[in-house]
Design a protein around this ligand. Structure first.
Ligand code: 13P
Ligand code: SF4
Length: 365
């Protein structure tokens, strides 16, 4: 295997959701440009974004250079809900998405007339990979009485089978809203986020048993030990982390909710249980606070992603420049799927507006 290829093992739940087998895939480590090359690349990308009427939409987990560039060029760095919302409202003809494939697909489904580019189309997500559309469809067929709620981290074909799409920012209010209507829920694919929502709301939820390879690695016992060393530290946890880790949190939330918590919580030190790409924004916004990564290694642990998503890490300045230059790596979603897949996404965006969930649309960033 080439030495820039990272082997990845992820969970593939069986159709009955009673057990998981392991499946194998890979990610690619991109080359980091030299300092001088970086300056030249940033200038070139800025020009190409203007020339091509393109906007850069980035996730908090991608390389700090891309996060800064997105903001410096009138784009956005945010969570998956804001990325979808912003790309949908922005007038640019091209959306360059620095993130993982489902984020590019969501942008395309919402804006089929636009060109959606990604630095690397092989940037996957273990939740998406662990929930193949045909198996998911059979699961839905077996439970026709349930309202189907899927996480954003799924393929276009899985979204086309859903009634609602949610992200971690809005999962709780959507499930509460459905519960108030007496609905029973079929949830996919993240079992940890699903059981957190179930516990918080008391909803009747049947869960797909997928997981995120990054968040699954946080270790409760080692977190307890780190807390003991920093007794005044507050613990910020993404709900894709295992239950035992979520139970130790002071704040549980999406990436943007955790950043807000870091800003608004009266503490000097934080232990952060989510991809370490987020620390860039936290440190910019709170320069006098200390942010520690939650432990992923410990007794018996085999840390492979070690707090950084290997697929998010596939996005870089070099491949972004190349994609804009050559116009390749365009996201295509089967046009036959789009009219159905857009419904659960649009329903979520409309609901976010209805409940006035704070999102960073154009003009209120
Ligand atoms: P957020 O929507 O909280 O940014 O999460 C996306 C994601 O992939 C987390 O692993
Ligand atoms: Fe998927 Fe986990 Fe990577 Fe987020 S961090 S994109 S959930 S694999």
């Amino acid at each position: 295997m080439q030495d820039n290829i990272i082997p990845i093992v992820y969970e593939h739940p069986n159709a009955a959701q009673t057990s998981c087998s392991t499946a194998h895939t890979w990610a690619k480590k991109p080359r980091e440009p030299e300092a001088g090359e970086k300056v030249e690349l940033i200038a070139r990308i800025k020009n190409m974004l203007i020339e091509q009427d393109a906007v850069l939409v980035a996730h908090y987990y991608v390389h700090p250079d891309l996060q800064d560039l997105a903001e410096a060029t009138g784009g956005i760095v945010s969570d998956s809900l804001d990325m979808a919302n912003f790309g949908n409202q922005h007038p640019a003809k091209t959306i360059a998405v620095a993130g993982v494939r489902f984020m590019g697909e969501t942008a395309k489904i919402l804006n089929p007339e636009k060109r959606v580019l990604m630095p690397d189309l092989d940037a996957e997500c273990s939740l998406d990979l662990g929930c193949p559309a045909d198996e998911f469809s059979a699961f839905c067929d077996a439970h026709p009485e349930r309202t189907v709620v899927v996480y954003a981290n799924t393929s276009a074909a899985v979204k086309a089978r859903a009634d609602w799409m949610v992200t971690s920012s809005i999962a709780l209010p959507v499930v509460k809203h459905l519960m108030a209507q007496g609905k029973k829920i079929l949830w996919a694919p993240d079992r940890h986020l699903g059981s957190y929502v179930q516990e918080q709301t008391g909803a009747d939820m049947l869960l797909w048993q997928g997981s995120c390879i990054v968040h699954d690695e946080y270790k409760a016992q080692e977190l307890i030990e780190l807390k003991a060393k920093y007794p005044l530290a507050k613990v910020l946890v993404h709900p894709e982390a295992p239950r035992a880790v979520v139970k130790l949190a002071d704040v549980v939330g999406s990436t943007s909710q955790l950043i807000k918590a870091a800003q608004n919580t009266d503490a000097d030190t934080f232990i952060v249980a989510t991809d370490n790409g987020i620390l860039h924004k936290m440190r910019i916004l709170c320069p006098h606070k200390i942010f520690l990564e939650a432990p992923t290694a410990g007794q018996g642990a085999t840390c492979t992603s070690c707090s950084h998503c290997p697929w998010m890490a596939m996005n870089g300045l070099l491949n972004l420049a190349e994609v804009l230059e050559r116009g390749h790596n365009e996201i295509h979603v089967d046009p036959a799927i789009i009219p159905r897949a857009v419904l659960p996404i649009q329903r979520m965006l409309d609901f976010a507006r209805e409940i006035k969930l704070p999102t960073r649309g154009i003009g209120n960033a």
